[in-house]
Ligand binder design. Structure first.
Ligand code: ZN
Ligand code: ZN
Length: 135
């Protein structure tokens, strides 16, 4: 399995894993867009057991049971964790060193997408995440 590595803008925080992602997708929900100041947010999810994040990570609780991690120096958003999925970390795909390692399989919270957004892909577009209204 190809190792996946990533980093924040300033490089103080790096991450790596040898695991294949549990899933990869794009979230259009309001919370993820605001938290990342982005029009949509790509996530690549890995098991916590194989994931190593090194450097000055800070976190905040963006909603009950949910934490978002970012570089304490440059403030690049890095990951999302929720008690709903306690065994995995959802890394921001844009922090990958090799963007081609992100191969999204679905869109989530499609109904919340920005009104101007037009995408011409064949990926499934879900109006939520399975069993979740707060991803
Ligand atoms: Zn940084
Ligand atoms: Zn989201």
């Amino acid at each position: 399995m190809t190792e996946k590595t990533g980093r924040c803008l300033c490089g103080a925080v790096t991450w790596r894993t040898g695991d294949a992602p549990n899933w990869a997708g794009i979230c259009h929900c309001h919370s993820c867009r605001k938290a990342n100041a982005a029009s949509m947010v790509g996530y690549i999810a890995f098991a916590n057991t194989g994931l190593k994040i090194t450097g000055p990570v800070a976190t905040f609780e963006s909603s009950s049971g949910t934490e978002r991690g970012f570089c304490a120096h440059c403030h690049t958003p890095l990951f999302y964790r929720s008690q709903r999925w306690p065994d995995e970390t959802h890394m921001m795909a844009a922090t990958l060193d090799d963007p081609a390692q992100f191969q999204p399989k679905a869109h989530f919270h499609w109904a919340e997408r920005e009104p101007w957004l037009i995408l011409d892909d064949d990926l499934p577009k879900y109006d939520a995440t399975a069993g979740d209204n707060d991803a």
